[in-house]
Design a protein around this ligand. Structure first.
Ligand code: PA5
Length: 427
């Protein structure tokens, strides 16, 4: 089985082998407490076994619903925020054509409910006016403000356009089994629904219908995605030296030496939303009790021309984890140019990816020389299977690393603060 790999050999100038070895017993204890459900937040460990517990009937139901929605619509609006949105977007953006959006799969999937921008909604309503569209509304609590506002707006538009009965067939709700306003409304209106398990928190929910239905609607292979997660689970769950354990140990060792910010970097623009998903996973899981590594993201080489200066020479508090994709799907060669004004004819005949790979290597050397410890997660290619592996790898490492930090990695009490103020200000 080919698999993603983790390489932390380039942190040896920053953390000694002894310092790393000393952390393994703690990491193994953290893994044990996750598996036995004895640590903090143990009510929310459903994600650990999701890949092996999802049944072929459940996957078939998701695929059937996706096919029905695709037959009725040309655009699906996926409404959700945070964990109810980022996983699906991460997979869809990673696998879709960059310019034909998702239309290369015969379906366009767009997102709403992840902001409260008035112009965004004006433009969205205008865009949808003449489209055959449907809605996939996702909220575990069923009471989150941003998706609730978006759903009000788009439900009204859809019902006015196609009538209440047809609208009811184009709306799917993914929410709690029994609680929350969205559950009540979905039951009242008779929408098709999927359940988010009680013991799976939003940011760990990509392998539930929350992620799987939008991904299936966009036309990508959810079985392959789940298969990847199964493979990574098998490789890591009982292994006391797994790559998930190594990653948790490496970043914890660096954090304890004062590296308080982790940059997740990529050299492939399709990975931008994988980074956004990762930022939520680690930020919400670890940033509490005045502790935790601050997760940040950079897209290279783009951001080497903006953030590159800071990374090279700013405050030495950064560690960097690069997601490196082995093989692109296509080949593009750099042409020769008779005038050669840019003096780049020495690159003629080379593949664009060869230049990209040298940029990646050159950046790694420069950053390590400049005092930024560098780790690498290597994906053989950007496919649903390897993304499934990557999700499980990061989730398990997050559970271990959060436990090593001494926090509850599965709650997010701090998120309430802005909501309380907003509602008080709105009277
Ligand atoms: O990880 C989490 O639990 C949160 O980020 C939620 O996913 C996010 O706030 C959306 O919540 P809900 O699905 O209840 O609308």
């Amino acid at each position: 089985m080919d698999s993603i790999k983790f390489d932390y050999s380039k942190i040896c100038n920053f953390v000694t082998k002894e310092e790393m070895i000393a952390l393994y017993p703690e990491a193994r204890q953290a893994l044990k407490s996750l598996k036995e459900g004895t640590g903090k937040g143990s009510d929310f460990l459903g994600w650990l076994n999701l890949p092996v517990e999802i049944t072929s009937e459940q996957l078939a139901d998701i695929e059937k619903t996706a096919a029905e929605l695709r037959a009725r619509t040309q655009v699906m609006v996926v409404i959700g925020i945070g964990g109810s949105y980022l996983g699906a977007r991460a997979v869809i953006e990673a696998l879709a054509d960059s310019f034909h959006n998702y239309e290369n799969t015969g379906m366009k999937v767009i997102f709403a409910g992840h902001n409260i921008g008035e112009d965004y909604y004006h433009e969205l309503i205008h865009y949808l006016q003449n489209k055959e569209f449907g809605i996939c509304v996702i909220s575990k609590s069923g009471t989150t403000t941003e998706p609730a506002i978006a759903f009000r707006l788009l439900k009204e538009l859809l019902e006015a356009k196609v009538g209440k009965e047809e609208a009811g067939k184009r709306i799917v709700a993914i929410t709690d089994a029994s609680k929350g306003a969205l559950r009540t409304l979905a039951d009242q209106e008779g929408y098709k629904t999927f359940v988010i398990p009680d013991n799976v928190g939003g940011r760990f929910s990509v392998l539930t219908p929350v992620g799987l239905l939008p991904i299936a609607i966009a036309g990508f292979d959810i079985k392959e995605l789940v298969q990847g997660a199964i493979e990574m689970r098998k490789a890591c769950i009982d292994d006391e030296k797994s790559i998930a354990l190594e990653y948790a140990v490496a970043r914890t060792a660096l954090y304890r030496k004062g590296y308080a910010v982790e940059l997740l970097a990529n050299f492939n623009p399709k990975l931008h939303y994988i980074t956004e998903w990762w930022k939520q996973l680690y930020g919400e899981s670890e940033g509490k009790a005045n502790k935790g590594i601050f997760p940040a993201g950079v897209d290279f080489t783009t951001d080497l021309h903006s953030m590159g200066q800071y990374i090279q020479q700013g405050v030495r508090m950064l560690m960097e984890t690069v997601i490196s994709v082995g093989k692109p799907h296509y080949q593009v060669q750099i042409p020769s140019d008779a005038a050669n004004l840019d003096k780049l004819n020495f690159l003629a005949g080379k593949r664009v990816d060869e230049v990209n790979k040298m940029a990646e290597l050159g950046t790694q050397i420069a950053h390590v020389d400049g005092g930024v410890p560098n780790m690498k997660v290597c994906m053989p290619a950007l496919t649903a299977q390897y993304i499934g592996q990557l999700f499980y790898f990061f989730e398990l490492a997050c559970g271990i690393s959060g436990s090593m930090l001494g926090v509850n990695p599965f709650d997010q009490p701090g998120v309430e603060a802005y909501k309380n103020n907003m509602f008080a200000l709105l009277d």
